[in-house]
Ligand binder design. Structure first.
Ligand SMILES: [Zn+2]
Length: 332
C-alpha cells in the first residue's frame, strides 16, 4: 500500500493504526500514522495459548497508544499477522501451533472486544510480511507513486521452521481461494524424497528450511545452526560446504518456482535463516546462476538479481499488519 496522496489526507486523529506481528516467542508491535510512518514500537514476550495471545496483543496495543499519548479509540484499526490458518473475513484462526493455539479461535472479535470495539483485522503473518516489505521497498524506489505508478510484484520467502511465501501482486496481497496461495513448501522437489508431516514425500521445505538445516547440521555450541553451518563452510569444512550448497540449491529452486509462477520482480528472503545475511544471499545467488547455466530462457529472467534479504532490524510484518488493518473494510 502506498502512502495516501495529499488530496486524500484526512484528519490525523482516527488514522493511526497499530500492527502486531505475533510469533511463538515475541509479539512485535508498531504504531503508524496516516502516512504509514512508524511512530512507536513495542516488543513483548508471547504468552502462548488463546487467552495469553489475546492478552499480550491487547497489552501491546495499549502500550503503543499510551506511549503516543492517545487512546485506543483514536485508532482506525489494529492489524494482526499470525502464523496459522487465518480467515481474514472473520478474524478466526486455526492451527496456530507456534503460538500454542490448536483450536479454532475468534481472535479478531475477542481482541476487538478487549480493546473497546476497535476494528481488528487478522491475517496470515506472511501476507503481512509481504505487504510490509513491498511498502518499505516501494517507498525507497518511488514505485506505486505518481511518477512510477506500478508497484513491483513481490514475494516474501520465509525460511523459518518451515518454508512458505507471501505474495503481493498488483499492489495487493494474493491469498487465493482458500488462503493457501504461496504455500510452496509443500511442492514436491525430490521424487520419493524425505517424508513430510503433510503426508507427501520430498517436499521443498524438507530441504530448504531452518528445520532442514537443524537436521543436517545440528548446532554444536547452542548458537543457531544456520550461522554455525555457514561459518564452517566458509572455513572450508567439506561436509559444511556440501550441506550449504545443497540447501542453497533448494532455496534457489523455491525462488525459481516463485518467479516462474508469478514473475515477481522481487523475492525478499526472510525468516530465521535470513539472519545468516550476506553469505546466505551469495550462496543462493551462486546456486541460481548454476541452475540457469545452459538455459537461455532461465538466464533471461535474471533470477540472481531478483532476490534480496529482508531489511534487518525492521518489523516488516508488523508494519504490513498495520497496513492491512488500515485498508480493511470498516464493517464486515
Ligand atoms: Zn509437505
Amino acid at each position: 500500500m502506498s502512502p495516501r496522496s495529499d488530496g486524500d489526507r484526512r484528519p490525523y486523529r482516527g488514522h493511526l493504526s497499530v500492527g502486531l506481528d505475533v510469533g511463538g516467542t515475541k509479539i512485535l508491535g508498531v504504531l503508524l500514522d496516516a502516512e504509514a510512518r512508524v511512530l512507536g514500537s513495542v516488543r513483548l514476550p508471547t504468552v502462548t495459548g488463546a487467552a495469553g495471545v489475546i492478552d499480550t496483543a491487547a497489552r501491546a496495543v495499549e502500550q503503543l497508544v499510551h506511549a503516543a499519548g492517545v487512546r485506543v479509540s483514536a485508532l482506525a484499526a489494529v492489524g494482526v499477522g499470525i502464523p496459522g490458518v487465518v480467515d481474514p473475513r472473520t478474524g478466526r484462526i486455526e492451527h496456530a501451533v507456534n503460538v500454542g493455539i490448536h483450536e479454532s479461535v475468534a481472535l479478531g472479535p475477542h481482541l476487538a472486544e478487549r480493546l473497546g470495539g476497535v476494528l481488528v483485522h487478522v491475517d496470515n503473518d506472511l501476507n503481512a510480511a509481504a505487504l510490509g516489505a513491498a511498502h518499505l521497498l516501494d517507498s525507497g524506489t518511488g514505485a506505486g507513486t505518481g511518477t512510477n505508478p506500478r508497484p513491483a510484484d513481490l514475494a516474501f520467502l520465509s525460511l523459518g521452521t518451515g518454508l512458505a511465501a507471501g505474495l503481493v501482486l498488483d499492489g495487493a496481497v494474493r491469498r487465493g481461494a482458500n488462503g493457501t496461495a504461496g504455500e510452496i513448501g509443500h511442492i514436491p522437489l525430490v521424487a520419493d524424497g524425505l517424508p513430510c508431516a503433510c503426508g507427501q514425500r520430498g517436499c521443498l521445505e524438507r530441504y530448504a528450511s531452518g528445520s532442514a538445516l537443524d537436521a543436517a547440521w545440528p548446532s554444536r555450541t547452542g548458537r543457531p545452526a544456520p550461522a554455525e553451518l555457514f561459518e564452517a563452510a566458509a572455513a572450508g569444512d567439506p561436509d559444511a560446504v556440501r550441506i550449504r550448497d545443497e540447501f542453497a540449491s533448494a532455496v534457489a529452486s523455491a525462488v525459481r518456482l516463485l518467479v516462474l509462477t508469478c514473475d515477481v520482480a522481487r523475492v525478499v528472503i526472510g525468516g530465521g535463516v535470513s539472519a545468516v545475511g550476506t553469505p546466505l544471499l551469495e550462496a543462493v545467488r551462486a546456486a541460481l546462476v548454476d541452475q540457469t547455466t545452459g538455459s537461455d530462457f532461465l538466464r533471461s529472467m535474471d533470477l540472481a538479481h531478483r532476490i534480496e534479504l529482508a531489511p534487518v532490524g525492521v518489523p516488516v510484518a508488523a508494519i504490513g499488519a498495520a497496513l492491512l488493518g488500515a485498508a480493511a473494510p470498516a464493517r464486515r
